[in-house]
Design a protein around this ligand. Structure first.
Ligand SMILES: [Zn+2]
Ligand SMILES: [Zn+2]
Length: 758
């Protein structure tokens, strides 16, 4: 998990406080902010919600429905590396403490295998045996080494008639056991018939066994046959001493055949609570008492987690080897709870009645016990609400989850709690929609310098071929070409810079200092993870356009909310295709089929919103405009105009805004994504881009270069690896890594302004 990260790009809603988020996995992370802050929405809706949606998408529609449906997607351009997320505590948890710990069925199995119930008639042990257990038990006794009879004790509602005897004979069973003697019944005047005329139980002899090599298999077959005939009962008589043993499929006494009630643990499996049973039945029946390691099972009703654990230690000492693992499994679920100081909590306490601190601790303990690596745990409540003791225990538990490969995210604003995190994302300063917009610089230059230095305690895990001692000073506000032979560490350098800047301080190999950079945007990630959408969305125009349309007189009059004009959210978009304008049919054996949506005929919106017009153009009219047309049409809207201008300059002018990214080249997506930032980039932004315009012809490369220039002209810094669109000749700064590739690379060869070189 170390070294892996999740990244989320282009969050559209301002309530999240950020547009992009990069988090290293495998850490204890605090989103610093109150519950009403963007931090909370980010944790709940984006991290937890989006992960849940991904999980649900893999299920069938019915299963999804049962789990509450997919919910609305978070509007964003992409998310990568999002692990399965789990809320702590799980909001749906209920039942008793032993259910939350998942030990109810373990306990039932332990009781089934290891508890002992005395017969209320003779005091001997009662048991319930399946066929295999019965044979196994028999083989351990005298039966295999002595002559024995296997008998089916058939219970009859009335004394047997001749037809009963005839049928048994026809089935191949001509003998019965009566008063300890075998008698025949295969003739009308046979002795067996005479002796059993008046009984209501007929002991039919199934097999007579003389010890031999074949005994075990014959024994098994005989018991199966007997139990099939006698409603689950088989009786074995040892001829040597006349003793009898019962082998019942039901719960019964082995000595006298007495059949007891359905035992306690079977009812447990049905979810009946011991406490309810005590309530309804009052004082338990002591004569028919079930014991576990010598203690009455009823004692479980008053057990705490710690007491149960001690009891299980006792049980384990007397258990056979194969039962020890069952006990060990059950105890392993209790251990984390004990280690977190929850030993005194009663097993039967109701989850809903536990204190907040106990619930939090218990769910952390359950998460530790589940041993699932790689999950992301999102803590549901501010930890600062806990008392000191619970807090330190909870933090201890959370760090154990991290040690086990998990990622923990919690939202808090209390300094003492924030300080416990390995990584703090300060949502207040990371606010992308800060009200004080810094105007773009006109001269294109910035005083800032990016200073990269090795971190002393670097582990060097992700350095690739980079020199661990690499030192670098780069001017900000310039277009930097990162150059060098293939394998000399160009991509690794960009990756390291992104890592050092995105807050994963504890994990980065270099420290970056002396800058006022606010955002680091890895453009390749944004481009690679853009989902199918329109050019309008890719250019990040959706929100602004929706706001414009919602302000039109007709929309005001009919109170159409802004979201109705957005494709990402339901309301105004076509419900059939969810604003896609086309419907994807996934076919089993041939390529997927994309057809125009029959409902909206590709227009993506419902007819209801068509009457709302902006200077004569409806939303659909606008979508049908080309980028260049829209640029002219929206010339008064500063931000959108800047974006459209950049898009036109980069050669996208002739494309309609409704163009689907499904149908265009990746290089077009690259230019559109960059153009989208042209409306909001400023000197606090650092853009990283690998291989810009790679594979483009000269003209296209020039256009990609121009759109990157738009970012620089707004004061932003662009670091790009050398490719068609950014070369030492066209960039402002030339950074050369080398001298060779692999182990020969990774060092700084030169770093200089291209102007001074000329
Ligand atoms: Zn008995
Ligand atoms: Zn449609």
């Amino acid at each position: 998990m170390k070294g892996r990260r999740l990244s989320i790009h282009g969050l559209q809603a301002s309530r999240y406080g950020v547009e992009d988020l990069e988090l290293p996995l495998g850490q204890l992370i605090c989103l610093c902010g109150g519950v009403a802050s963007g931090a909370h929405a980010l944790a709940q809706e984006v991290l937890l919600g989006e992960s849940r949606r991904r999980f649900l998408r893999a299920l069938s529609p019915q299963e999804r429905e049962q789990l509450g449906g997919l919910g609305y997607p978070v509007e964003m351009t992409g998310a990568d590396g999002l692990p399965p997320a789990q809320p702590l505590p799980a909001p749906g948890a209920h039942g008793r403490v032993l259910d939350v710990l998942h030990v109810r069925s373990d306990l039932a199995r332990i009781l089934r295998s290891l508890s002992q119930t005395s017969c209320s008639d003779c005091g001997d042990l009662c048991r319930q045996l399946d066929d295999d257990q019965a044979v196994e038990l028999l083989q351990g006794e005298e039966a295999v080494s002595a002559r024995s009879l296997v008998v089916a004790p058939m219970r009859l509602t009335q004394p047997p008639t001749d037809s009963v005897y005839d049928e048994l004979v026809r089935a191949g069973f001509p003998r019965v056991l009566v008063e300890g003697q075998v008698a025949r019944i295969d003739a009308d005047d046979a002795e067996g018939r005479a002796l059993t005329r008046r009984v209501s139980r007929l002991d039919v002899v199934i097999d007579r066994l003389v010890p031999s090599e074949a005994t075990p298999s014959r024994l098994g077959e005989a018991i199966r046959n007997a139990r099939a005939m006698a409603q689950g009962q088989a009786l074995v008589r040892i001829e040597q001493d006349g003793s009898e043993r019962w082998f019942s499929r039901q719960f019964s006494c082995r000595a006298c055949g007495w059949q007891g009630e359905q035992p306690l643990w079977d009812r447990w499996l049905e979810g009946i609570d011991l406490l309810d049973q005590l309530d309804s039945e009052g004082e338990p029946d002591r004569a028919n008492e079930t014991r576990l390691a010598g203690r009455p099972v009823w004692d479980l009703a008053g057990c705490s987690i710690g007491e149960l654990d001690l009891w299980l230690v006792d049980v384990g000492e007397h258990a056979a080897e194969d039962h020890k693992s069952l006990i060990g499994h059950c105890r392993s679920k209790l251990t984390p709870a004990l280690e977190l100081g929850l030993g005194s909590i009663g097993l039967w306490r109701s989850w809903n009645r536990l204190a907040f601190g106990e619930r939090t601790l218990l769910s952390v303990a359950v998460a530790i016990a589940s041993r699932l690596g790689g999950l992301m745990y999102v803590v549901q409540h501010p930890l600062s609400g806990l008392d000191d003791s619970s807090l330190s225990r909870t933090l201890h538990g959370l760090s154990r989850l991290v040690e086990a490969g998990g990622t923990v995210v919690y939202v808090d604003a209390a300094p003492a709690v924030v300080a416990k995190a390995q990584l703090v994302i300060d949502m207040a300063t990371a606010d992308a929609d800060s009200p004080t917009e810094i105007p773009p610089r006109s001269d294109g230059a910035s005083e800032g310098v990016l200073i990269l230095r090795p971190r002393p305690r670097s582990r060097g895990g992700d350095l690739a071929n980079l020199d661990p001692g690499l030192e670098l000073d780069l001017p900000l506000g310039q277009l930097v070409c990162v150059d060098g032979p293939s394998g000399s560490g160009k991509s690794a350098l960009l990756w390291q810079i992104a890592r050092a800047l995105s807050g994963s301080g504890g994990d980065a190999d270099y420290a970056i200092d002396g800058t006022h950079l606010r955002r680091c945007i890895a453009l390749n990630d944004v481009i690679d993870h853009a989902r199918p959408q329109t050019l309008m969305q890719l250019l990040t125009l959706g929100r602004d356009l929706a706001r414009l349309f919602a302000a039109t007189p007709l929309a005001q009059e009919h109170q159409i909310p802004a979201q109705w004009f957005e494709l990402e959210r339901p309301g105004g978009r076509c419900a059939r295709c969810e604003g896609q304008g086309e419907i994807l049919h996934r076919l089993d054996f041939v390529e997927d089929l994309l057809v125009v949506c029959p409902e909206c005929e590709g227009r993506r919106f419902k007819e209801e919103i068509f009457p709302a017009t902006l200077r004569g153009a409806s939303m659909v009219d606008l979508l049908e405009m080309t980028v260049a047309e829209a640029e002219r049409f929206l010339h008064r809207e500063k931000r959108m105009h800047a974006i459209l201008q950049a898009a036109t300059a980069s050669g996208l002018g002739a494309m309609p805004l409704m163009t689907s990214t499904r149908s265009v080249d990746r290089l077009v997506v690259q230019r559109a994504v960059v153009a989208g930032y042209a409306g909001r980039a400023d000197q606090r932004d650092l853009f990283l881009l690998e291989r810009p315009g790679e594979g483009e012809h000269e003209h296209g490369a020039r256009q990609t270069h121009d759109v990157l220039r738009k970012l620089v002209s707004r004061g932003a810094t662009v670091l790009a690896t050398r490719a068609q669109a950014v070369t030492p000749d066209t960039a402002d700064w030339h950074l050369l890594l080398g001298p060779g590739s692999g182990v020969e690379g990774g060092r700084l060869v030169s770093s200089k302004s291209t102007a001074s070189a000329a």
